[in-house]
Design a protein around this ligand. Structure first.
Ligand code: ATP
Ligand code: MG
Length: 504
């Protein structure tokens, strides 16, 4: 039997789902073969995660059918999905961070004696065995929350492997993974594929999709656009299917006029990093590159006043700047967009409007009274700028798709009208069309004379958008490079330390 005539392992037929006024899915179809990696792509809000939540039994569909091995199955509860061999690694982590690794892995299948007493020893042994399935060696007694997000995801994958899943869904699994963790994940994926597992892989990273996928399906605005064999198409074809047009130059970099120094950092130490020294001028984008754990976020948090400094001086426009807390930093014209929108940024139960406005309220108050109309007008303007649907303004942020949540966090930073913007992985989880818009926006902001400190793990992005690249390793700056004169290889050689080895 050739792949084409083979009975699909999974068929999703004409699935629809509406949330209030939003038609999240409109009669979409998708099929998956055993032993294939099928990438599901589409802009933020296209409906990818919604379809996967339906497949997982987490939310109910309005219409449509799910077939496994050609037979219609009833999936209306997560237990139904499990019973049908479906395992999902969700975009937002689902594990319980206060519990230990073993307790998390045992959720729902706790080993108990005939009297209902939990057998801890067996639970720990089970956990070790499950972790070993994907080649992980971790102490199962550790609290899950003590692991990196990447490792927490690995624990979820271990759970999926232990359930002997035939269908494995990964919804943006590498968004928070380090390079080494990503390679580890690719190995696990290849392993599962060899065993005949069908994998649905959701990602906004084109090079990742090109490396892994056998087929690519694209959704746009809740509608099915098409499915292609990966070998028969180019990335540009997928972009066109996703956004309905070509995107030629992804990065924006107009010629810039560099002005006076905005930020001057001198021998700064604290939060496990330093000493670091550098400057950023008005009209300049400086991007920090480096491996995960190299200290980039820690350094940014020091400058933003989110962590305490141990030593060193920072000056803003030539005047001493001593932000003891983010609130003080914002008052002095420094704003930061943190990397993890879930943990540090959004109040998920609050409206998009409140979330966007929250850091700028001082500007919209007179005599202690908030002026609600100007706030609304300013929020709508930022949403428009970022092409966020204006109708979303009153929705809880929780109901936005992942990428649109990122845009809401950016909108909040822009509304503060800060002189120095610190952007930590600003395009993580953002679709290619919106990325292009964010790059344009950053370009426009520096054009207006703002200074931007960016952190990016996406090397083409780091090089394509910035003026200078500072490479960090082990909490220190190892290189200060002109973006127009460097290469990915050169940046990586400093990030990994091979450049130093060559020199010594
Ligand atoms: N619980 C909910 N309540 C209201 N609207 C929702 C809810 N969940 C999703 N939506 C909406 O449904 C649409 C599809 O969202 P979904 O999360 O499936 O997008 P996605 O393709 O996964 O996007 P991303 O790439 O940003 O993760 C979006 O417009 C989103 O705002
Ligand atoms: Mg999603």
């Amino acid at each position: 039997m050739t792949a084409e005539t083979q009975q699909p392992l999974l068929q999703l037929r004409s699935i629809s789902k509406r949330f209030g006024a939003t038609q999240a899915l409109d009669r979409v179809s998708f099929d998956l073969r055993a032993g294939e990696i099928h990438a599901l792509m589409g802009e933020n809000g296209a409906g990818k995660s919604t379809l996967m939540k339906i497949l997982a039994g987490n939310i109910a569909r309005d219409a449509g059918e799910i077939l496994i091995d050609g037979r219609s199955v009833d999936i209306s509860h997560p237990a139904d999905a499990r019973a049908n061999g479906i395992a999902i690694i969700h975009q937002e982590i689902n594990t319980v961070p206060d519990m230990t690794i073993a307790e998390n892995l045992a959720l729902g299948v706790e080993p108990t004696s005939q009297f209902g007493v939990l057998n801890r020893k067996r639970m720990h042994e089970d956990a070790e065995a499950k972790l070993a399935l994907i080649g992980l060696r971790l102490d199962p007694r550790l609290p899950l929350g003590s692991l990196s997000i990447g490792m927490q995801q690995m624990v979820e994958i271990a759970r999926a492997a232990s359930e002997n899943a035939r269908i494995l869904v990964l919804d943006e699994p590498t968004a928070a993974l380090s390079r080494a963790e990503t390679e580890e994940l690719y190995r696990i994926i290849a392993d599962a594929k060899d065993r005949g597992v069908g994998l649905i892989y959701i990602s906004h990273r084109m090079e990742e999709v090109w490396r892994l996928a056998d087929r690519v399906t694209v959704f746009r605005d809740g509608k099915y656009v098409g499915t292609r064999e990966r070998a028969e198409i180019e990335p540009a074809d997928v972009v066109r299917m996703m956004v309905g047009r070509d995107i030629q130059d992804l990065y924006s970099h107009s010629s810039r006029e560099v002005g006076q120094t905005v930020l001057e950092v001198n021998e700064l130490c604290g939060n496990g990093i330093g000493p670091v020294s550098f400057t950023i001028a008005a009209g300049e984008i400086v991007c920090f590159a480096g491996l995960i754990g190299s200290g980039r976020t820690e350094m940014a948090r020091l400058i933003f006043g989110a962590e305490r400094r141990d030593a060193g001086e920072v000056a803003l426009h030539g005047k001493p700047y001593s932000a003891a807390a983010p609130k003080r930093a914002i008052a002095q014209g420094v704003m930061m967009v943190p990397e993890s929108r879930k943990e540090q940024a959004l109040f998920l139960d609050h409206s998009v409007e409140n979330n966007v406005a929250i850091s700028s309220l001082d500007r919209f108050a007179s005599a202690g009274v908030l002026k609600s109309r100007p706030i609304r007008r300013a929020v709508l303007e930022q949403m428009d700028f970022l092409r966020l649907r204006q109708s979303a303004i009153a929705l809880p942020s929780r109901s936005l798709s992942g990428g649109n949540q990122q845009k809401a966090v950016l909108a909040r930073a822009l509304l503060t009208e800060s002189e120095l913007l610190i952007l930590d992985e600003p395009t993580r989880g953002v679709d290619i069309g919106a990325k292009r818009e964010i790059y344009e926006l950053i370009d426009e902001l520096v054009g207006q004379g703002k200074a931007i400190l960016m952190i990016s793990s996406d090397l083409p992005e780091a090089i394509g958008t910035s003026d200078r690249i500072l490479v960090m390793r082990n909490g220190r700056i190892k290189a200060d490079l002109r973006s127009s004169e460097t290469s990915e290889e050169e940046v990586m050689s400093y990030a990994t330390g091979t450049a130093e080895e060559e020199q010594s």
